[in-house]
Design a binder for this molecule. Structure first.
Ligand code: UD1
Ligand code: UDP
Length: 354
């Protein structure tokens, strides 16, 4: 059997790393990188850290509007899929590369599987929500990470076959946690005591009003916490345009985005995390780090219900209070699965393809 995996952005690489070794053991596996992310810190470092083989194809799509990214990736993908003729195309998560991969594959007549299906934030202004909904409705095989996401797929009556697998981020974290512990990132950043880790990059947080709330929140929190902010280049550009970067850099350790191992070490040892990332919310939960999500909603509703993730969005007071007054819940469950999601995914594919 021949499988093609389509990836292109940081969270796609993390998810691919979970199932890649299992697919490689069994089948011919071709990795296609759309080129959506191209900086070393957002792309190659994940292949190095997580021992993912280099992509067989690099499509060089780069940055641009949504239509540019999806359209260019589709054109280039269509051509290679018609040459490679895979038995299955696998797409991951909810990025523009995920959407382009699924659309190109389905329209060219190839069976498509979606890893991380069924998540909903119920906010169509979020580009990722549009991507998820379309991909779920056109894919033939859907791997849902949680009971809630499986329920969403059933309620929406998606035509594909849905399976509950657990979250592949659990598998990745379990596999790499001890390697991450060996990272010397704390020494490199000269951090000794308690600190707050921040990652913010979502489109909806990049307008000047939201950036000002973020800036003022962090300046206020810096009187109580040391703050480390591995900053996505998009956030750096947006803060810079809004003239907010220099003052923020006075209060916060702003650094380049980190590779997975350094990042997990930094997250594990942080006392709190403030983020708008889907992946970081789950990793914080798994590592038992209190997590404030800088959004008004999340597709990971189970984590909010558990008390380990809190939403805080409206204004500086609300976010500062949420970070300062976070109390760890007593109970820590197993909401994201047991670390065997990738094994389940591969055995379902084995069954489907005989
Ligand atoms: C994308 C995903 C988002 C994911 C994020 C992970 C979509 C719709 N969004 O958002 O779900 O959380 O990746 O990081 O796919 N840029 C660089 N270097 C790069 C890549 C991007 O400087 O290697 C800058 C460019 O200015 C670019 C901007 O970041 O315009 C946004 O990049 P893009 O890939 O469009 O979206 P992300 O915000 O990264
Ligand atoms: N991540 C990382 N370095 C960073 C920030 C995040 O390795 O500086 C990892 C993080 O551990 C998680 C993934 O990137 O596994 C999340 O990606 P991102 O936040 O970009 O996207 P999302 O999960 O929101 O789609």
């Amino acid at each position: 059997m021949k499988a093609v995996s389509v990836v292109g952005a940081r969270p796609n690489f993390v998810k691919l790393s979970a199932i890649e070794p299992l697919i490689r053991e069994r089948w011919d596996h071709i990795i296609v990188h759309t080129g959506q992310h191209y900086d070393y810190e957002l792309s190659k470092i994940f292949f190095d850290n997580l021992e993912i083989p280099s992509p067989h194809y690099y499509l060089g799509v780069g940055s641009g509007t949504h239509a540019h990214q999806v359209g260019e990736a589709m054109k280039r993908l269509e051509k290679l899929l018609l040459t490679e003729e895979p038995d299955i195309v696998i797409v991951y998560g909810d990025t523009n590369s995920t959407l382009a991969g699924a659309l190109a594959a389905v329209k060219a007549g190839f069976t498509t599987a979606h890893v991380e299906a069924g998540l909903r934030s119920w906010d169509m202004k979020m580009p990722e929500e549009v991507n998820r909904r379309v991909v779920d409705h056109i894919s033939q095989i859907l791997f849902a990470p949680t009971q809630g996401s499986l329920r969403n797929l059933r309620e929406e009556r998606v035509p594909g076959r849905s399976f509950l697998t657990g979250d592949v981020h659990v598998d990745v974290l379990q596999r790499w946690l001890s390697a991450a512990e060996k990272s010397n990132i704390l020494e490199r950043l000269d951090i000794g005591g308690e600190y707050l880790l921040v990652t913010v990059h979502r489109a909806e947080n990049m307008d000047p009003t939201r950036l000002k709330v973020l800036h003022d929140t962090l300046v206020s929190l810096s009187s109580e916490f040391e703050i480390v902010f591995p900053m996505h280049p998009r956030t750096r550009k947006s803060l810079s345009l809004a003239n907010l970067l220099p003052k923020l850099e006075g209060a916060v350790k702003v650094i380049d985005p980190l590779g997975y191992l350094d990042f997990i070490k930094l997250l594990k040892h942080s006392s709190r995390v403030l983020t708008d990332s889907g992946g970081v919310q789950r990793e914080a939960y798994l590592l038992g780090v209190p997590c404030v999500v800088f959004r008004d909603r999340t597709e990971w509703v189970e984590l909010v219900d558990s008390g380990w993730v809190k939403l805080a969005y409206r204004d500086v007071d609300e976010v500062v209070k949420a970070v300062k007054e976070f109390e760890k819940p007593q109970f820590h469950g197993n909401l994201l699965g047991d670390g065997n999601a990738s094994r389940r995914i591969v055995s379902i594919l084995e069954e489907v393809f005989g």
